[in-house]
Design a protein around this ligand. Structure first.
Ligand code: NAD
Length: 277
């Protein structure tokens, strides 16, 4: 018997920020299961596509790339119009994965004390992470409503949107350079808004069969991360390690498929136990 429960075959899926670290794994995971996938990326060019997904991505009829800035609704509607022309139907799945964050390597003017944190940076981070997600839900949700076939919207949250960052993890920066790194407020504030946007839309579209859930990851391992940062982070993590980017694919497939048919307005926490203590 072929198991249809977790099937995403032929579903039209959008992954915003689909050329980023986690987004790439989402796209690969969906394509490997025969979904039709539209990657919405801020910077899309053939070199980046080939480097990330290989040559075949340029000719795959079920994988499309669109230059979309999620803070600009016009660019989303242009992509949606083209997708409808190519695939003849409205989207089934939207993965709101695009986002920006301040890395420990950030300069002191954007990673200093809260009291001096620049207003324009706060607005920029909220604009992408929260307003951008709102706009994508609006643009894609409208198409799902018009098509009348339901859908699944998966908003990517973060442990730092659920609980405050542990500033001690970043204290090594001051010990090393004399300049403090304070994990900024903007990302946490913006991501926390995702949770009630999700609940709001889950109830708003509930009877139309459009399910809206949040998937909340914890820190993902990157080779470029400072070793002290990694050690400090892992020491706080119950599982004792960072996640790998592909460890969110299983939860994504669950949320995108019939397997989660009665789940909406929820937060799927996949955080190695970070928020368990
Ligand atoms: N990496 C982690 O440790 C971690 C932890 C928890 C949550 N998350 C969340 O997971 C998601 C993916 O993170 P990632 O680590 O893969 O980040 P990433 O920086 O590798 O990828 C994010 C992608 O979003 C794109 N993007 C940014 N602004 C955009 C805009 N205005 N329009 C369109 N695209 C835009 C970027 O170009 C990038 O490709 C984010 O929402 C992030 O907050 C990540």
């Amino acid at each position: 018997m072929s198991d249809q429960l977790f099937s995403v075959k032929d579903k039209i899926c959008i992954v915003t920020g689909g050329l980023g670290q986690i987004g790439t794994e989402f796209v690969k995971g969906l394509r490997a299961r025969e979904a039709r996938v539209a990657v919405w990326g801020r910077t899309v060019n053939n070199e980046r596509i080939v480097n990330t997904f290989g040559e075949s991505a340029l000719t795959d009829p079920n994988l499309k790339f669109y230059a979309v800035d999620i803070t600009k609704k016009d660019s989303m509607n242009a992509a949606l119009d083209d997708m409808e022309k190519v695939w003849g139907d409205a989207p089934d799945v939207l993965v709101n994965n695009a986002g920006i964050d301040t890395q420990p390597s950030a300069p002191p003017e954007v990673s200093g004390p809260f009291e001096n944190f620049p207003e324009e940076v706060f607005r920029e981070v909220v604009d992408v992470n929260l307003v951008g997600t709102f706009l994508a839900c609006q643009a894609v949700g409208a198409r799902m409503v018009n098509a009348g076939k339901g859908g699944s919207i998966i908003n990517i949250g973060s442990i730092y949107g659920m609980v405050s960052p542990i500033q001690d993890i970043y204290a090594y920066k001051k010990e090393r350079t004399g300049i403090p790194f304070i994990k900024p407020v903007a990302y946490s504030a913006a991501k926390s808004g995702i949770y009630n946007l999700t609940r709001y839309l889950a109830t708003y579209w509930g009877k139309q069969g459009i399910r809206v859930n949040t998937l909340s990851p914890a820190g993902v391992h990157r080779d470029t991360q400072d070793e002290t940062f990694q050690a400090n982070f892992c020491a706080r993590m119950p599982m004792g390690r960072m996640s790998e980017a592909d460890e969110y694919v299983g939860p994504l497939i669950y949320l995108a498929s019939q397997a989660s048919s009665f789940m909406t307005g929820s937060n799927m926490v996949v955080d190695g136990g970070w928020t368990a203590w």
